[in-house]
Write a protein that binds this ligand. Structure first.
Ligand code: ZN
Length: 297
């Protein structure tokens, strides 16, 4: 099966790193990912740079990217203004995210769940008029850093509501890395059938990220977010750690017989390059351990 990987490294990955990379280097990361065959890159975050200084210069990142014909470039938006900025900056896709719990919604983007969902509906309509792709991410869908347990029904109901507007995909995000595979399977199956592709976004905070990714694919998700090298976190989610590493995910998916269109060798080089740029060892494992050809089936 063909699985779409969205490398969110330039955004989710770098936004929580101590080292702030220049827009030039962030654009180069996008170029290296595209050259490795990554068909979708989340290139920049159109949030207030005062709140997330690592993401300052989003417009410059977009302008500096050497657009690869086989890659689309997305911008993250948390509000209407972010959407406008992303479209003006030339994003092919806007990924709008809103939390499914009130406390996280208030703390992360000073809104309510109701306002978040209503804006999702409006942005999907706007995106259709503007001719850009739009995906809706339900943040903290597997657990909230402030409220704890999140009932699957809450997530399903929000996905159903947003699904009526027909975004290009709905992404279930495990923002703080608390999910487990049976939960993932149930939630993905519950959201399939609302008329859009289903994606998942996992953090490896409790080492369940890869198991969750495999469970999501088995349950019918066709899109997975990951960040090269496994960088990442969330500035507003205490102790959230990195996204699952793209190179580890590609190794797993290819080994299981799925296609991603990604050249794993090139991706491994990209992870090593990023490690040098950040001046630290990154959590991803395949770029350190190397490739192997597993016997599938
Ligand atoms: Zn994330």
């Amino acid at each position: 099966m063909r699985i779409e990987i969205v490398d969110v490294g330039p955004r989710d990955g770098l936004q929580n790193e101590d080292e702030t990379l220049s827009p030039k280097t962030r654009a180069e990361l996008c170029d290296r990912l595209a050259a490795a065959g990554v068909a979708r890159v989340e290139a920049a975050s159109f949030v207030n740079p005062k709140l997330v200084p690592q993401m300052a210069g989003a417009e410059e990142v977009m302008a500096r990217i050497d657009r690869h014909p086989n890659t689309t470039y997305a911008g993250l938006a948390l509000n209407q203004r972010g959407y406008e900025r992303a479209v003006e900056a030339g994003a092919d896709e806007v990924r709008y995210a809103f939390p499914v719990t009130e406390t996280f919604a208030k703390k992360n983007q000073n809104t309510t769940v109701e306002e978040g969902a209503a804006l999702a509906e409006r942005l999907v309509e706007r995106a259709r008029l503007d001719g850009v792709r739009v995906s809706i991410t339900l943040s903290a869908a597997f657990g909230c850093p402030f409220e704890g347990r999140v009932e699957p029904k809450v997530v399903r109901d929000l996905a159903e509501r947003v699904g009526v507007a027909k975004p290009d995909e709905i992404v279930l995000a495990d923002t703080i890395g608390v999910g487990v595979p049976n939960q993932v399977r149930a939630l993905v199956k519950g959201v399939l059938g609302f008329g859009t592709a289903v994606g998942c976004h996992f953090h490896d905070t409790r080492n369940t990220g890869m198991a969750n990714a495999a469970a999501a694919i088995e349950a019918g998700a066709t899109v997975l977010d990951a960040s090269v090298g496994g960088t990442g976190g969330c500035p507003f989610a205490p102790k959230a750690t990195g996204n699952i590493a793209t190179e580890d995910l590609v190794y797993l998916l290819h080994g299981m017989g799925h296609e991603t269109g990604i050249d794993l060798d090139a991706l491994i080089e990209c992870a090593k390059w990023l490690s040098e740029q950040l001046g630290k060892e990154l959590p991803g494992q395949v770029h350190k351990a190397g490739k192997f050809e597993p016997v599938a089936g």
